[in-house]
Design a protein around this ligand. Sequence first.
Ligand SMILES: Nc1nc2c(c(=O)[nH]1)N[C@H]1C(S)=C(S)[C@@H](COP(=O)(O)OP(=O)(O)OC[C@H]3O[C@@H](n4cnc5c(=O)[nH]c(N)nc54)[C@H](O)[C@@H]3O)O[C@H]1N2
Ligand SMILES: Nc1nc2c(c(=O)[nH]1)N[C@H]1C(S)=C(S)[C@@H](COP(=O)(O)OP(=O)(O)OC[C@H]3O[C@@H](n4cnc5c(=O)[nH]c(N)nc54)[C@H](O)[C@@H]3O)O[C@H]1N2
Ligand code: SF4
Ligand SMILES: [Mo]
Length: 699
Amino acid sequence: MSERFEATTTTTCGYCGVGCRLEAHRADGRIVSISPAMDGPANKGHTCVKGRFAHQFARSRDRLTAPLVRESGGFRIASWEEAIARVTEAFTRIKAEHGPDAIAGLASSRATNEDCYVMQRLMRAAIGTHNIDNCSRVCHSPTSFALRKAFGLSGATGSFDDIEAADAALLIGVNPTQGHPVVGARIKQAAIRGLKLVTADPRRIELADYGQLHLGIRPGTNAALLNGLAHVVIRDGLVDRDFVEKRTEGYDAVAELVAAYTPENVEEITGAPAAGIERAAHLYAEAERACILWGLGVTEHLYGSECVQLICNLALLTGNVGRPGAALLPLRGQNNVQGSSDHGALPDTFTDYRPVTDDAVTSAFEERWGVTMKRERGMKIPEMFDAAVDGSLKAMYIFGEDVAQTDPDTTHVIQALESLDFLVCQDIFETETTKYADVILPASAFLEKTGTFTNAERRLQLVSASAEPPGAARTDFEILTTVSRALGHDMGYETPSDVMDEIAEMTPRYAGISHERIGRAGLQWPVAPDGTDTPILYTDRFELPGGRAHFAPLPYKPPGDQADAEFPLILVTGRRLEHYNAGTMTRRTGNLELMSSDWLEVHPADAAALGVADGQEVAVRSRRGMIRLPARVTERIEEGHVFTAFHFPEVRTNLLIGPSADVNTSCPEYKVVAVSVQPIGAERSAPAPARAEPMVPAD
Ligand SMILES: Nc1nc2c(c(=O)[nH]1)N[C@H]1C(S)=C(S)[C@@H](COP(=O)(O)OP(=O)(O)OC[C@H]3O[C@@H](n4cnc5c(=O)[nH]c(N)nc54)[C@H](O)[C@@H]3O)O[C@H]1N2
Ligand SMILES: Nc1nc2c(c(=O)[nH]1)N[C@H]1C(S)=C(S)[C@@H](COP(=O)(O)OP(=O)(O)OC[C@H]3O[C@@H](n4cnc5c(=O)[nH]c(N)nc54)[C@H](O)[C@@H]3O)O[C@H]1N2
Ligand code: SF4
Ligand SMILES: [Mo]
C-alpha cells in the first residue's frame, strides 16, 4: 500500500460476474483509486476499464441522498421515518384489502447475497408472498433450469482456471472481451499459448480473431448448430463411450434425433458452412480437455433453456465435464446474479434452489422465521407486470433493478408500473423506473457495504465497505431489515454476517460457509460443514437421483420473431465494453467520454440497399415500437442483421422488444427482433470509436 493513501480496503468488483478482487484506496475520506488485488482468484492481478476506473459514480451529485416521497405530481425529500411509514401503511392496507399476493418484490442482483436473502425473507415472512424474483429471469434463468435438469446443480461445473487447463474451448453466444473483459483477456492469452478456440456468433466478435474457427450463425439457430455438432461427433466415432455408459442416461434418443442434423442440413438453417461445422466438432471432441462457454446469445431466446440442455448433451457425449480443463462455464452476468438466485430471491425456490412446493423445506423456514407460507410458487417478473395491468397486483417493492429501461416491451412495463397503487424503489440513483415510484429509498453502492457476492464460478467472495453511503443514504441491509421490522417481522440480525450464518444453518450445501471462512480466497459452493469447497462439480457423480446425468433429445425450432417484407432485418441486442446494463453507474463516470451515445451496427451491403451512410440517423421499427439512433456501417455484423445495446435511456432500445420468451423460464427473446431500418435526416459525424469492437486491454 502506498503512503499516499489513508487506508486500503480489499473488496470485490460490483459490475460483472467475473468477480475481480479489488483494492480500494482512500485519501481525504474518499475513494481516490482502485487497483487489482494480486491474489484475486478470478482476476489474478488484473481488472478492466469498469472495475478499475468506473468508481466516480459513487460520488456523483446525482446520488440519492435522502428518501423521496411523491407529492402533487413530483417528489419531495422526507425523513426516513415518514418514508418507511408510507411503505408500511401501503403494504399493510393492500395486504388487508387484497391479500399478500397482491404485493410483489424484485431483489437486486447488484446487491449482496445477504441483501438478497433479507429481501426474499421480507417478501415471504414479513409480507407473506412468494412473489419475489430477480433479473436472472431476463438473463441466465435458462442456464439455471437446464443445468439442474442435465446435471443437478445451478452453476458452472468448474472454474475460470479450467480455461488455461483446456486444450480447446467452444464459445457460443458470448462476447467476453466486452461483457467479462478479464475472462476475455484470459481466453486471449490462453489462445495465444495454444488453446484451440471456436466461436459461434452472428457477429464477428473480437475473440474470433484469436480462434481457429468462427461460425457466423443466424440468430436463433443455436439448436441446429448444437445438434449438428453432436451429429458429427457420433458419425465420426468421437463419442466417449465409457463416460456415456457409466455416467449418463438417454443417449439413444439423442443419437436418433441428431441423425437428421447432417452438416449440410445445418448449414441450410444456420448459414454456417458444413465444413466449418465438421471442423468445429472435431476441434472440440478430439481435445483431451475441452470447455464450453456461453452467454445470452444462447439464453435470451424462445428456446434458450433447451439450447443449454443441448450444450450439456455435447459435453456428455465427449465426457467433458467433471475434470480439470473440461468445464461448462456459463458467463453469468451481474456481479451477484448467481448469488441472488442461490439465496432464494426466486418465486419458486428457497436457498440452493429447494422448491417452495417441498413441504419439509418450507416447514423448516416456517419454523425458523415463525410464520406460515404457501406451498405454491409466486409470480415471475413478466407475470407480475401482466398482473399489474390486469389489476390483481397492487404494489411492488423494486430493489436495485431498472425495469423501465431494461425489461422487454417498455410500453407494457410502464403501463404496469402506472397501474400499481403503490410502488417503492430502492436504488442509488433516480432511474427510468423510479419515475413511477411513490417512495424512493436511497441506498448504498457496493463500495459502501459489507457482505458477499457469488461470481460465475460459484465463488462467494467478501465485499467490504471502503466509503460511507452519501448523505442520509443507508445500506440496503439496514433499509430492508428496518422495513421488515416496521411491518412487524423483526429478523433479529445485527450484521450481514449474521445473515450468512442463518443461510449456512438452513442450507445443507452451504453448511460450511461463513464470512470468516470466505477470507481472501473465497469459497466455491457446495461447502461442507468443515469448510471444504468445490472448484469442480460432478467429479464422480451427478446430483440427480441415481447419480447419472441426463441427455435431452430436443430438436431445432425456429425463433419466435421472424423477418418479413415489412420488417426484413433481424435486430440483435447486447452490450458494449464501456457501459453497464441500465448505465446508471457507468454513464456517471469517465466511461461516458469513451462512449457517449449508442449506435446501430449495419452491414455494408444492407447499408447500401437501405441508403444509409455511416453516422446517419436512422429509425428502427419493430412490431412493438420505434427508436432513433445513428447507424454505423461495419462488417462485424452479418448481412441481414443489425445490432445495438441498451445502455442509454435516450434510445430506449427495449421499446422494440416483444413479449416472446423462453418456453421454460420466461427469459425474454432479446436476441431476435424483426425490424425495419430507414434513414432520417442528414449524415452526421460518426458516433462510434474507430473500431467496432473497442478493446481496452486488461492491465
Ligand atoms: N461492459 C459490460 N459488461 C457486462 C454487462 C454490460 O452491460 N456491459 N452486462 C453484464 C450482464 S448482466 C450480462 S448477462 C453479461 C452478458 O454477456 P454476454 O452473454 O457476452 O452478452 P451479450 O453481448 O448480450 O450477448 C453475447 C453474444 O451473443 C450473440 N448472439 C445473439 N444471438 C445469438 C444466437 O442466436 N446465437 C449465438 N451463437 N450468438 C448469438 C451476440 O451477437 C453477442 O455477441 O455481461 C455482463 N457484463
Ligand atoms: N435489449 C436488451 N435488454 C436487456 C438485455 C439485453 O441483452 N438486451 N440484457 C438483460 C440482462 S442480461 C440483464 S441482467 C438486465 C439488467 O437490468 P438491470 O438489473 O435493470 O440493470 P443494472 O444496470 O444492472 O442495475 C439495476 C439498478 O440497480 C441499481 N444498483 C446498483 N447497485 C446497487 C446497490 O448496491 N443497491 C441498490 N439498491 N441499487 C443498486 C442501479 O442504479 C440500477 O438502477 O437487462 C436486461 N435487458
Ligand atoms: S471484469 Fe468484471 S468483475 Fe472484473 S473489473 Fe471488469 S467489470 Fe469488474
Ligand atoms: Mo444479465
